[in-house]
Design a protein around this ligand. Structure first.
Ligand code: C5P
Length: 282
């Protein structure tokens, strides 16, 4: 049996810098990945079979629309053999459609695991191309390391960012990514710009950046603002921002202890929210 952690993806900064002729938006984003995530297990089998368990399983049918099966089928038809199968369980711990790349991370975990299980050795570039065909965030989730990502998600430059102490908070609502992009008033915003190892450290550098989807997401889903304000009011919070197209927001704390205290407090004041304290990977 093989296990994979599909880590939550956090956009520490997300600048929308343009739009391609095919409608996809051009981004300049700094991403990192959290210790927390979904868990997937893989066993060899005669057919492809998926079960979904965990706290958010009820929002995610295990049918052919599930991106885990789409990733497995795409990998098998490109590199494998028709008789190859797998029995997969997805333990869905992350809220769905919430801006932290849950589906993309699940697809990436499936590609990583099935390459091992089925003894496939696609070239890294080929696998990244297959990943991109499944979703713009899937290539960065294959890597699961801090990176600056440009294009629509296909240009990935690894970054060295020491673990950050985060609180992730979602007000219990899903937002449609295309709806947020469609609602964007300004599509040509400034890029992140030069960032040769920020002299004063990452946190001051990140404070000066933005998530250009935040205003549009807040208009569609006003509780995003409530979530950001609640994070801002936590002692020890250095800055707060929305991740991806929302509705999950995060705050970066100056220590793991203050992050855990803040998460405990938010969990008691907002029992209907999803709130976790987690460190990021380095
Ligand atoms: O690639 P993915 O399936 O995750 O994207 C979902 C939708 O989000 C796309 O169909 C597109 O409408 C929008 N999107 C975009 N620009 C990006 C990524 C996503 O417009 N860079």
């Amino acid at each position: 049996m093989l296990q994979q952690c599909a880590r939550a993806k956090i956009n520490l900064a997300l600048h929308v810098t343009g739009q391609r002729a095919d409608g996809y938006h051009v981004l300049d984003t700094i991403v990192t990945f959290a210790e927390t995530g979904d868990r997937l297990t893989f066993q060899t089998g005669n057919t492809l079979h998926l079960t979904v368990t965990g706290p958010y399983s009820r929002f995610l049918p295990a049918d052919t629309d599930n991106i885990v099966l789409k990733a497995a089928q795409a990998l098998r038809s490109r590199y494998g053999a028709p008789e190859q199968g797998a029995s997969i369980n997805l333990e869905k711990n992350l809220p769905v459609a919430s801006g932290i790349g849950g589906g993309s991370a699940n697809a990436a975990a499936t590609l990583r695991a099935l390459c091992t299980l089925w003894r496939l050795k696609p070239a890294a570039d080929d696998l990244a191309e297959l990943a991109l065909s499944l979703g713009a965030d899937v290539p960065m989730c294959l890597l699961q390391k801090p990176a600056r990502v440009t294009g629509i998600g296909e240009i990935i430059e690894p970054l060295s960012i020491a673990p950050l102490h985060l609180v992730l908070a979602n007000p219990g609502l899903s937002i449609s990514t295309p709806d947020v992009f469609n609602q964007l008033a300004e599509k040509e915003n400034s890029a992140i710009g030069e960032m040769e190892s920020p002299v004063d450290g990452w946190i001051p550098f990140l404070i000066g950046q933005r998530n250009d989807l935040q205003t549009a997401a807040t208009a569609l889903c006003p509780p995003v603002q409530t979530c950001l304000e609640a994070l801002q009011n936590c002692s020890g919070s250095r800055f707060e921002r929305m991740s991806g197209s929302g509705a999950t927001c995060f705050a970066v704390f100056d220590s793991r202890t203050t992050a855990i205290e803040a998460a405990n407090r938010l969990n008691s004041t907002h029992p209907d929210w999803w709130v976790v304290a987690t460190d990021t990977v380095s």
